[in-house]
Design a protein around this ligand. Structure first.
Ligand SMILES: Cc1cc2nc3c(=O)[nH]c(=O)nc-3n(C[C@H](O)[C@H](O)[C@H](O)COP(=O)(O)O)c2cc1C
Length: 192
């Protein structure tokens, strides 16, 4: 299987990067090919402009080159994994802009969509605790956003969320424990 990790973080020494590396190690042990698309490193432009707007009544679209490049890239993979810090119970602006622009009409959704991913895994790092996620039902809310409003809307039925909680200023023991969780998630990638 070919797996694309879409990584979002502005710092290479972040825990987000660190957990991505451990997850990747696990998936590679299953024998999959894994590549990373780092949205900050490629300086992805997340701002939706008039040129990005679809022609809703037409089947053929004329999207800008940078969007077509990312659409073609996505269609050369079987599975997708987003690794990102959770911002405002959703995602960072650059990742939202990537979805706004690349996951466009008649590519990711629409009657003539061509996106064909078998599965998608969302791995947000969250500052809040698991207890708060339960108390305020944030978990249900974000799971619905990722699995239903985005993945299912684009026809991807096999969508899963793995949250990492309590990421504020973790101790070295906590970092090691989260890294082990990420590695295990990679090892379990074929189980769902
Ligand atoms: C702008 C912003 C918004 C945030 N929103 C949330 C949030 O909605 N829920 C949450 O649990 N944590 C939130 N956080 C905390 C981040 O998720 C946390 O700092 C991040 O996962 C830490 O990972 P890092 O060390 O790799 O940056 C937010 C942080 C920032 C900077």
């Amino acid at each position: 299987m070919k797996v694309l990790i879409v990584l979002t973080h502005h710092r290479e020494d972040s825990l987000t990067y660190h957990l991505k590396e451990h997850f990747e190690k696990g998936v590679k042990e299953l024998g999959h090919q894994v590549d990373t698309l780092d949205l900050y490193k490629i300086k992805f432009d997340p701002v939706f402009t008039a040129q990005d707007e679809p022609a809703w009544l037409e089947s053929k679209q004329n999207y800008p080159e940078d969007m077509v490049k990312e659409m073609d890239r996505l269609n050369s993979y079987d599975a997708l994994v987003f690794v990102f810090p959770m911002y405002w119970w959703s995602m960072p602006a650059i990742m939202k802009g990537y979805i706004d622009r690349v996951w466009n009409f008649n590519f990711a959704h629409g009657p003539e969509r061509t996106l064909k991913l078998d599965k998608i895994l969302w791995m947000p790092l969250c500052g809040a605790s698991e207890k708060d996620f339960e108390k305020y039902k944030y978990g249900e809310m974000v799971d619905r956003l990722y699995n239903l409003s985005i993945a299912d809307y684009c026809g991807i039925k096999n969508s899963k969320v793995k949250k990492f909680y309590d990421i504020v200023s973790p101790t070295s023991e906590e970092v090691a424990q989260k890294a082990q969780e990420a590695y295990q998630e990679g090892l379990d990638f074929d189980k769902w």
